[in-house]
Write a new protein. Structure first.
Length: 165
């Protein structure tokens, strides 16, 4: 993605083949702010100047500039999904907005290809005798680890698994 970023604003970088120029506009705001240039470096400069001009014009007119990403947006879902989410939020003792925020935080677990990234968890199996150690070593998916505590030897298997809740 070739988006431009400056002072919290995001701008597009496009090619206008008809006029043979690079162009763009500020994204995620209601106001229309555009810019254009002949080179990529010129477009970056034009974008930054457009942001600065927009902020200066708003200040001069005594209005607050529109800000992207205010933390609020509308999402349309099916009534069935709405009901399920509302029931889950209630069961967890959370307001719907708080619960949806928690659900959306899982977005970080989604890769660029749209697939859920596996999370690695460790499962420990305690082994109490040397014979169990030998059996675990031969069948373990993980690693048998020895531990000395209070003069006694004990072992456990550290087994890494891919798990997604």
């Amino acid at each position: 993605m070739n988006d431009l970023k400056y002072k919290g604003y995001v701008g597009s970088a496009d090619v206008d083949y008809e006029d043979d120029v690079l162009c763009g506009k500020l994204l995620f705001i209601k106001d229309l702010v555009t810019y254009e240039a002949e080179t990529p470096q010129g477009l970056k400069q034009a974008f930054q100047e457009a942001v600065d001009d927009y902020l200066a014009d708003c200040a001069e007119q005594g209005v607050d500039p529109d800000e992207p990403f205010k933390g609020s947006f509308n999402v349309r879902v099916s009534s069935d999904l709405h009901r399920k989410l509302a029931l889950c939020a209630r069961a967890k003792g959370k307001a719907m907005n708080e619960y949806i925020g928690d659900v959306l935080k899982c977005h970080d677990e989604i890769g660029d290809n749209g697939q859920v990234r596996p999370r690695v968890e460790h499962k420990f199996v305690v082994i109490s005798s040397p014979s169990e150690k030998r059996m675990a070593a031969s069948s373990a998916k993980g690693q048998v680890v020895s531990k000395q505590e209070n003069g006694k030897s004990s072992w456990y298997v550290s087994e890494s698994t891919n798990a997604i809740n």
